[in-house]
Write a protein that binds this ligand. Sequence first.
Ligand SMILES: [Zn+2]
Length: 416
Amino acid sequence: MNTFTVIFLIALVISYAIQFWLSMRQKSFVLKHRGAVPDAFKDKVALDAHQKAADYTIEKGKLGDIDSVIGIIFLLILTLGGGISFVFKIWSFLDLSPMLTDLGAVATIILVMTVFEIPTSLYQTFVIEEKYGFNKSTMAQFIKDQLISLALVIAIGMPILALILWVMDSIGSLWWLAAWAILMSITLLMSWLFPTMIAPLFNKFTPMEEGSLKDRIQSLLSRCGFNSNGIFIMDGSKRSGHGNAYFTGLGNNKRIVFYDTLVDSLDEEELEAVLAHELGHFKCKHVIKMMIASSITTLISFAILGWLITQDWFFSGLGVATHSNAAALMLFALVSPVFTIFMQPISAYFQRKFEFEADDFASQNAKASKMISGLVKLYEENANTLTPDPLYSAFHYSHPPAAIRIAHLESKPQST
Ligand SMILES: [Zn+2]
């Protein structure tokens, strides 16, 4: 057996063993604490809400495990099972130009992967979300969403892929530097276009009505010296009862978006505090830092791929008989998560650090007590567990666990 095959299999076993072990810990920890609301939340959260969150967390965890098993099987079929080789061979029989052969093969693999993910996604939406009262979507809506996503992949993803493949073929050994520069420019352009061109394909955005809430938000924005291109309410309730608020866009195309579900469940001061937290991410330069970090990791990935593509063992070790740039791209995208999963706790750590900083900003510019009561409502309404396993959350959580986050907010000087 090829040495690289052995390395790949060992990494695969270790990475999934870690994931299954953490998931098992999470489910049993949540179950163990299902019987009583943690002390810190005794007078804030009812027992039945706490138990609903526990059951919901455990059910989602089980589905995640099944999804991982499907992922492993699929990865092995595509690589060592010869799936990628097979698809490229079929397309080469059609005698198209090399570019069309490559695009056709990659599109086929992506399509098959998407189709395989549909059952999990259906189960998540129409069984689990439905059972806990979150699902507001219909089958027609679900199909429409899938078709719009597919159309976006064809209209935007395929031309980008064609451009990258062309660069790989024509620029020589430093192609990866050019491909990285192209990809970064497109990412910037997409983030800039997203709020006005892409998000409206999926949801309706209504400017927030004049009134006390808008006045309150505008005074927060001017207090913090923040410019935006409007405050919008999104009809999140047409798909799900989960609530959220976010910033989107870049430069002069920034928007503040509240889910209608969030506006319905939080009071004005809580919404102000949540928004102040989001502003904190901008003011503390988290958005820029994340973009720089992701552009550096993308550059490193492309440099590694630039080297791998010249190595025979990379292809043969992963079950691909014929060398091609498109096959290398596919292999790299499929296999690299197996090796990079060990980076996840590091990135999760920095994300949680940013959350604390944004909470600090929120407690300076709005009421910490309102941030806390808003968070408790969000945890309760989204059925997020208050008692995650410490190791699981250290590995996976982009936000600090509720109890730690609230204790941090409570330690801030409280304004009234
Ligand atoms: Zn945040």
